[in-house]
Ligand binder design. Structure first.
Ligand code: ATP
Length: 295
C-alpha cells in the first residue's frame, strides 16, 4: 500500500474562542505537487505550521511518512524543507554565514547543490541580508530549503516577491526535481496560474473547512465551458439539460458550463441546429472563484 507522505486526521485548531480549522482530513501522496488553496484567513498557514509541528492542533493527529509527528519532532523535520510565508533571516548575517549556521543540522546538505543554487539565483554570498531585496531574501530561503535534498518541501507562498523570470526558472526547477523522483511538494499559493501549471492535486479550504481535494486533471474535466451559436433563437428554458448551466446569453448566443459527461451534454444541445460551437479553456482562477462563491 502506498503510504502518504502527509496525513492529517480530524484536525481542529482553536485560537481562543475562534475555530480556525474544523475537522481537516487530508492525504498527500509521495511524488505529488499538492496545491493548498483558499482565500485570506482560510487557515492555510495554520495548517502548514501544524503539519510541521510548529503549532499544536487543538485536536487531531499529523502523520508524516506514516509516523506520528509530535510537536517539534526533529527527526522528521530533517527531511523537510520549509519556506515560510514571512520567513525572517538574520539581517546582520551574510548568506555564507547563514549557510554555515544551518548546514550542520542537515547531514544530507549537498555543497554542489548549494553552489548551483547560488549561481542559478544570482545571489551574492557576502552581502548583508539586511541589504537584500524581498525577492533576494525569498531566493535565499528557497536555497536553504532545497540544498539538503529534502524528501518533502513545504512552501507558504513560495514565489511571493520573485520576478517573472526567476519564478519561471524556480517552477521549472521544482517540477524537474519532482520528476526525478523522491520529492513531494506541498504549497499554498494565491498565484493560481502557477498552481495550475505545476500542481497535480489541489485542495480548497475556506473558513477552516476543507471543501474539496481533487486531481487537477479531474477538476478541469468537471468544469468545462462551451460557447454556442445556434442557427435560430433558442429560449433559455430549452437549455435546462442535466449537467448544463447557462452562464450567460440569450437568443442564438450562449456561454454554457458543462459538468460531467460532455458528449451527453453536446448530444442534447445539438438537438437545436448549431451554427458554431467552441470549447473554452477554463482556468483554475475561474474554478477557484466559482467554488468560493458557491460554498
Ligand atoms: P493568508 O492567505 O492571508 O496567508 P491563511 O489561509 O494562511 O491566510 P491563517 O494565517 O492560517 O490563514 O489564519 C487563519 C485564521 O486564524 C485567521 O482568521 C487568522 O486571523 C487566525 N489566526 C492565525 N493565527 C492566529 C493567532 N496566533 N491568534 C489568533 N488568531 C490567529
Amino acid at each position: 500500500m502506498n503510504t502518504s507522505v502527509i496525513e492529517l486526521k480530524s484536525i481542529f485548531k482553536s485560537y481562543g474562542s475562534f475555530l480556525a480549522l474544523q475537522n481537516l482530513n487530508l492525504k498527500v501522496d509521495e511524488g505529488s505537487i499538492f496545491g493548498f488553496l483558499g482565500p485570506n484567513g482560510a487557515g492555510k498557514t495554520t495548517t502548514i505550521k501544524i503539519i510541521l509541528g510548529l503549532r499544536k492542533a487543538t485536536e487531531g493527529e499529523v502523520f508524516l511518512w506514516g509516523e506520528k509527528n509530535t510537536r517539534r519532532g526533529m527527526k522528521l523535520l530533517k527531511r523537510i524543507g520549509y519556506v515560510p510565508e514571512n520567513g525572517s533571516l538574520y539581517e546582520n548575517f551574510t548568506p555564507n554565514q547563514i549557510v554555515k549556521f544551518v548546514k550542520p543540522y542537515y547531514p544530507s546538505w549537498d555543497v554542489e547543490l548549494e553552489k548551483g543554487y547560488f549561481e542559478r539565483f544570482e545571489l551574492p554570498k557576502n552581502k548583508k541580508i539586511g541589504e537584500f531585496s524581498l525577492g533576494m531574501k525569498r531566493k535565499l530561503l528557497l536555497l536553504l530549503a532545497l540544498s539538503f535534498k529534502p524528501d518533502l518541501l513545504i512552501m507558504d507562498e513560495p514565489t511571493l516577491g520573485l520576478d517573472p523570470l526567476t519564478r519561471y526558472k524556480f517552477l521549472q526547477l521544482l517540477t524537474g526535481e519532482v520528476a526525478q523522483g523522491g520529492l513531494t511538494v506541498f504549497l499554498s499559493s494565491h498565484t493560481l496560474g502557477e498552481v495550475e501549471r505545476i500542481c497535480d492535486t489541489v485542495a480548497f479550504i475556506k473558513k477552516g473547512k476543507l471543501l474539496e481535494v481533487k486531481l487537477m486533471e479531474d477538476l478541469k474535466k468537471e468544469s468545462q465551458r462551451i460557447k454556442v451559436v445556434f442557427q435560430k433563437d433558442v429560449p433559455q428554458s430549452a437549455l435546462q439539460i442535466p449537467g448544463v448551466e447557462v452562464l450567460e446569453g440569450s437568443g442564438k448566443h450562449y456561454l454554457l458550463a458543462i459538468k460531467g459527461n460532455i458528449s451527453h451534454a453536446l448530444e442534447e444541445i445539438s438537438k437545436f441546429p448549431i451554427f458554431v460551437i467552441e470549447e473554452q479553456e477554463i482556468s483554475l482562477e475561474d474554478i477557484f472563484v466559482k467554488k468560493m462563491e458557491e460554498s
